[in-house]
Structure formats: structure tokens, C-alpha cells
Design a protein around this ligand. Structure first.
Ligand code: ADP
Ligand code: ASP
Ligand code: MG
Length: 473
């Protein structure tokens, strides 16, 4: 039966000509099997970082980095085009050159003004995806398949939250269906830029770093796709970050809930918002390896597959814990509401709320770069209570990491916390604070950055994650 499949290729899957050949092979196999395929591409690996870095340097008054970046990006895309295409025509390289000229003009203006607005940053950050969509579509055409590069600012309608925009799904669905369905019906493979959208007024936005996964899910939603396949450079969602745990192993089946928790707590392989549109339409997500396609990868669906206890362990680095402390707080109503009210006015998201070692404190974790502003806002808001000694200290602990232990079966299994703390105790790892997720799908804790890798490894070992997943239990 013919299916509609949205396939997303990440930065390493389009990193150079050879990777693009592999990615295209995955597309061609699936189209040749009779399926309708919509392709979503990320920028080549490292390109988004280069673009953002150059824009930030320009804002600091240094436009030379942007000049060098323009040259590097041209060489990299030009080299890929020459290697991939029999005769890289101007129809491919012309648009790349034109966008790079825009980039040079924009960064010069930013350097002169000494200001980088979130809006300008999104426009610049989205360029990498434009280049790869043009290249991949051209390569598919050179292999005698019909393909068309589509810029997602014409498809995905978002709110105006630059750098972390949210799709307006109804308006997006209308555009996606109008633009993509006729192409699919004509046997054309649309190659859509990941990561970007545009407001209703047409101003380019981005969906957050790593957001091309989310693009795939948004398009899957709009098209009522049968499946969403996320192709990366690992064999699926693993029990832990393979850079930390050498024997981390792919998890064959995950529920949407578990996948969302793992992604939220740092499993970089999947953008945290990806699961939302997929859940609503119950579209299965497969996580696959472009360079090892015969391996089945991870399948994410509605069903929680029963496991003994823990499914995976993740970490969020570069966070800071903020503590509001005072003996007089006990019994004073509304302190927590005021704390989080003050945080909310800054637009900061709280990653975890925890119980500190004493009950006379409230602690929570935010991104490191936001911690100081949060501390200041709290000091302002509680000035009177501090003067009267009701609140004694408001302080920030930097260099900490959130570690999360995730598993759907955890809530039916007694003693998980005991085993966890025994394992960490054996390694003499100090737990700064803990939180039980409201869903009981996770248990998270804060440790110092220096002890984070050791903690992840100790937990992975303690729950025999590698062995369980190998056995497929
Ligand atoms: P892509 O460019 O394909 O989107 P990413 O770099 O965003 O790929 O994500 C894939 C990377 O995520 C892997 O190479 C791996 O190093 C890292 N990673 C971190 N945690 C996990 C995990 N639990 N499972 C799989 N990969 C993980
Ligand atoms: N290129 C973007 C990034 O680096 C989006 C993505 O790769 O998913 O964040
Ligand atoms: Mg990614």
C-alpha cells in the first residue's frame, strides 16, 4: 500500500556530497517502493553555528568574520555541487550566491548598527537550510527523479517568537496541503527547508535549534502522513548519549510520552516539540540512521511498551539552580506563586522545580545564561521580605547539570529512587536536589557539572540499560 512519508535528514546526513548521496539513496528507495515522500533537510553540519557566530561577531562590530564565513560557505556548497552534479548549473549555484550576498549585506549593516535583532538573526540562521534544500533537490533531479526545493517560509505559519517560534497549525495545514499535495500527486518529491517558518506577515522565523525534526512533524500533521522518519547519524534513540556512555544501545520502541521526556531532558537526537503534532494525529515516528539503513532504529508510537523499569537516562548541561531560602518563609502563603510569577515576567522557562535539602527553600533550574537576570528579578520582587529577614538568601549555583531517568514502567516499580541513590552514593556523587516528574515517567536530579558524566554512567550501569534493550525487553 502506498504511504505518505515525511523524511527528515539532519546536518550530518547532508554534511557533504557523500552524505547527500546516502540521504538521496534513502529517498529514492522509498519512492521507488511506491510511496509518496516529502523530504525535510537541515543545514549542512556546522553551517547554522557558523551563520549565527558570524552575525554575533558582526553585532560586536567585527564584520571580517562574516566575510570569511561567506567564503567558507560558498566553498563548501560549491564543492558539494561540483561533486554531486554532472554540470553544476547556475540554477543551483546562482541562488546560493544570491543568498550569500544578502548575508554579506545584512552582516555589514549589523556591524554598522552594532545591533542584532532577533528578527535579523532568524533570517540569517535560516540560510543554511535554503542551501541544502537547493542542493538535495538538484541532486535528486540529476538522478532522474522529479524534485523541487521548497522554502518553508511559504508553508509554515508561525507566531512571532523569533528563535523559538510556534506553528499555527490550522493556517499551516492549509498551506501545506495546497502546496505539497499537487506535487505529490504529480510524482514530484518536495525537498523542504527544515527549521524555518514565517509569521502571517511573511517575516522569517526559526523553530529553535535542532528544529528541523519539528518541521517534519508539522508537515506530517498537515499532510496526515502515515509515518515520519527522522534520519540521523545514530541507530535511533539510545539509552544514553553515546558520547557519554560507550555501551548505550538503541531503544527499539518508545511511547510518545517517553520520547517527549527523553527529548525534553536532553536527548539531542530529537527536538522536544516534535512529538506534539505527531501525537495529535497518532503518526508513528521512526528514528533511523542514514548510514546504517538496514537497522530498524527506534519506533515511537502511542503504546507504552512494558519494560521492567527505566528506559533511558539523559542530561541537560549549562543550567543553573536558583534557590530562595529563609526560615520565615514557612507558612507565609503565596511565596511560590510570587517566585514563579517573577520568573515568568522575564519569559524564562523553568526546566525543573525541586525540593532542596531544607523545606524552607524553593529551588528551580533555568538555563545558565538566564540565571543572573532571574536572581536580580527575585531580589527586586522580595526586597521587603529580605529586609525583614523572612527571606534570607536568594542565590545561584552555576556549573550544574540536570540528569533525568525516564521510563513509562517506573511508576509501577517500587524502589527506583533507592537503587538510583545507592548507585550514585557508591560513586560518591553528591545529589544537589531531586524532583519527581508529575507524570511519574521521570525522576530528575541536579548534580555538579564535574560529576555529571559519572552520574549518567553509574545510572546506566545500575539499571542494566544496555543489557535490557539488547534483549528487547
Ligand atoms: P541531526 O543533525 O541528524 O539532527 P543531532 O546532532 O541533532 O543530529 O542529534 C544526533 C546526535 O544526538 C547523536 O549523534 C548523539 O551524539 C546525540 N545524542 C544525545 N543523546 C542521545 C540519545 N539518547 N540517543 C541518540 N543520540 C543522542
Ligand atoms: N540547522 C538547525 C540547527 O542547527 C536546525 C536543525 O539542524 O535541526 O539548529
Ligand atoms: Mg538535530
Amino acid at each position: 500500500m502506498s504511504k505518505t512519508i515525511v523524511m527528515k535528514f539532519g546536518g550530518s546526513s547532508v554534511a557533504d556530497a557523500e552524505a547527500i548521496r546516502q540521504a538521496a539513496a534513502r529517498v529514492i528507495e522509498t519512492v521507488a517502493a511506491g510511496h509518496h515522500v516529502v523530504v525535510v533537510v537541515s543545514a549542512m553540519r556546522g553551517v547554522t553555528d557558523l551563520l549565527i557566530g558570524a552575525a554575533q561577531r558582526a553585532a560586536a562590530g567585527d564584520a571580517t568574520v562574516a566575510q570569511a564565513t561567506k567564503q567558507r560557505l560558498w566553498e563548501r556548497h560549491h564543492a558539494a555541487a561540483v561533486a554531486l552534479l554532472p554540470e553544476p548549473s547556475w540554477s543551483v549555484l546562482g541562488p546560493v550566491e544570491a543568498e550569500l550576498s544578502n548575508f554579506a549585506n545584512l552582516t555589514s549593516a549589523i556591524a554598522v548598527l552594532g545591533e542584532l535583532t532577533p528578527r535579523a538573526l532568524d533570517l540569517i540562521a535560516s540560510l543554511g537550510e535554503r542551501f541544502s534544500a537547493i542542493l538535495v533537490a538538484a541532486y535528486l533531479r540529476s538522478q532522474q527523479w522529479h524534485a523541487e526545493a521548497i522554502m518553508a517560509d511559504s508553508l509554515i505559519v508561525t507566531d512571532g517568537q523569533f528563535g523559538n517560534a510556534n506553528p499555527l497549525l490550522a493556517a499551516t495545514t492549509d498551506k501545506v496541503q495546497a502546496a505539497l499535495q499537487p506535487l505529490l500527486a504529480d510524482g514530484v518529491v518536495p525537498v523542504v527547508t527544515g527549521f524555518m517558518g514565517a509569521t502571517e506577515e511573511g517575516v522569517v522565523t526559526t523553530l529553535g535549534r535542532g528544529g528541523s525534526d519539528f518541521t517534519a512533524a508539522i508537515l506530517g500533521y498537515g499532510l496526515d502522513a502515515d509515518e515520519i522518519w527522522i534520519w540521523s547519524d545514530v541507530d535511533g534513540v539510545l539509552t544514553a548519549d553515546p558520547r557519554t556512555v560507550a555501551d548505550a544501545h538503541p531503544i527499539r520502541q518508545l511511547s510518545y510520552r517517553e520520547a517527549a521526556e527523553l527529548a525534553h531532558f536532553g536527548a539531542k537526537v530529537l527536538h522536544p516539540k516534535t512529538v506534539r503534532p505527531a501525537v495529535e494525529k497518532r503518526i508513528p515516528i521512526r528514528m533511523l540512521n542514514t548510514f546504517n539503513p538496514s537497522y530498524g532504529g527506534t519506533c515511537i508510537t502511542h503504546e507504552a511498551v512494558s519494560r521492567h523499569d527505566v528506559t533511558g537516562v539523559t542530561a541537560i548541561p549549562n543550567v543553573a539552580q536558583v534557590t530562595v531560602e529563609g526560615r520565615g518563609m514557612l507558612g507565609v502563603p503565596g511565596v511560590a506563586a510570587r517566585v514563579f510569577g517573577a520568573v515568568a515576567t522575564l519569559g524564562t522557562s523553568v526546566l525543573m522545580i525541586s525540593q532542596g535539602s531544607s523545606e524552607q527553600s524553593i529551588c528551580f533550574v533555568v538555563r545558565e545564561e538566564e540565571a543572573e537576570a532571574v536572581r536580580r528579578a527575585l531580589c527586586d520582587s522580595f526586597e521587603r521580605e529580605m529586609a525583614r529577614g523572612i527571606i534570607e538568601r536568594i542565590f545561584v549555583e552555576d556549573d550544574v547539570v540536570i540528569i533525568a531517568v525516564v521510563g513509562a514502567a517506573m511508576r509501577h516499580t517500587p524502589g527506583i529512587a533507592g537503587r538510583l541513590f545507592t548507585a550514585l552514593g557508591k560513586e560518591q556523587i553528591n545529589v544537589i536536589s531531586i524532583a519527581q516528574g508529575s507524570s511519574e515517567y521521570n525522576l530528575s536530579l541536579v548534580v555538579s557539572a564535574a560529576e555529571a558524566d559519572g552520574a549518567v554512567r553509574a545510572i546506566h550501569d545500575a539499571f542494566h540499560l544496555e543489557r535490557k534493550n539488547r534483549e528487547g525487553t
